[in-house]
Write a protein that binds this ligand. Sequence first.
Ligand code: ATR
Length: 274
Amino acid sequence: TDRYCVFGHPVGHSKSPAIHAAFAGQTGDDIEYVAIEAPLDDFAGAWRRFVSEGGRGANVTVPFKEEAFRLCDTLSLRGRRAGAVNTLILGGNGLSNDFKVYGDTTDGVGLVRDLRRHGVELAGARILVLGAGGAVRGVLEPLLVEGPVSVRVANRTAAKAEVLAADFRDLGEIAGGGFDAVEGPYDLVINGTSASLAGDLPPLPDDLFAPEATAHDMMYGAEPTVFLRWAAERGAHTVDGLGMLVEQAAESFFQWRGRRPDTAPVLEMLRQAL
Ligand code: ATR
C-alpha cells in the first residue's frame, strides 16, 4: 500500500480522501489517502514525519501551499510560476529515486479541463479574472497558454492585480487593475476571490457578459454562489468549482500513479452528496 495525504489547516472538511479513494477504486491502485492537519507553525515537520512513515506524496491546501513550494527541490514550470504548489511527490516523478521532493500545482490545469468539459472555448476568448490572491496566481499560466485574446485581472486592491499581471506578461495579453477598470463584454468571467464565502459580490457592471458567456466560481456549495446567481440572471452559463476540484485531484493522481482516472462519476458522486 502506498501512502498519500492532504495537508491543510483546517482539513476535516476536505473531500480529497473520498476523491482519491474513488479514483483508486477505478484504477485498482493499492493506496491509502488520509487528511492530516499540520500545525500552522510546522508544515515542514509534518511533511518530514509523513515521509519517514512511508508517505509517497501529498496534496497541500490552505494555508500551506507557499510553504510547500519552498521545501521543494524541483518544481514544475507552472509550480514555479505560481509560487505555490498543491502536489508533492517524493522521488521526483518516478524517474529518479533519490528522495528529492518534486512540486507541482494542478489547480490551473484542473480549471482548464473542467471548462473544456463544459465546452468553453479558451482560444480567442476575452477573459476576466476576479481576485489577485494565491488562487488566481495558480491558474493564470494554464489559462494564458490556451491562447485567449486577452486576460484582465480585477481586484479590490488594484495594485495586487497590477503586480500579478506584470508577472505573467511574457505569456500573453494580460492587464490588471481595480473593479472600476473592468470593461466588458467578456466570454469568460472567473471568480477567484473569496468574496463568495462572505456572501459578497464584487461591484461589476451589468453588461459584463458577451452572448453565450460562461461564469465560473472557484467556490462551490449545495446552492449556487452569489456570483453565479448574479451571472445566471444576466444570461451567462454557470460553472461552480466542484469540477475544478475533481480535475485537479485527477491530475495529482496522474502525477503520482501514471494513470488518469475517469472524473465524471466521481464528480457526480460529490454533487449528490453536497
Ligand atoms: P486565496 O488563496 O483564496 O486566493 P487570498 O490570497 O487571501 O486567498 O486572496 C483572496 C482574494 O479575494 C483577494 O483577491 C481579495 O481581495 P484583496 O486583494 O483586495 O484583499 C479577495 N476578496 C476577499 N474578500 C473579498 C470581498 N469581500 N470583496 C472582494 N474581494 C474580496
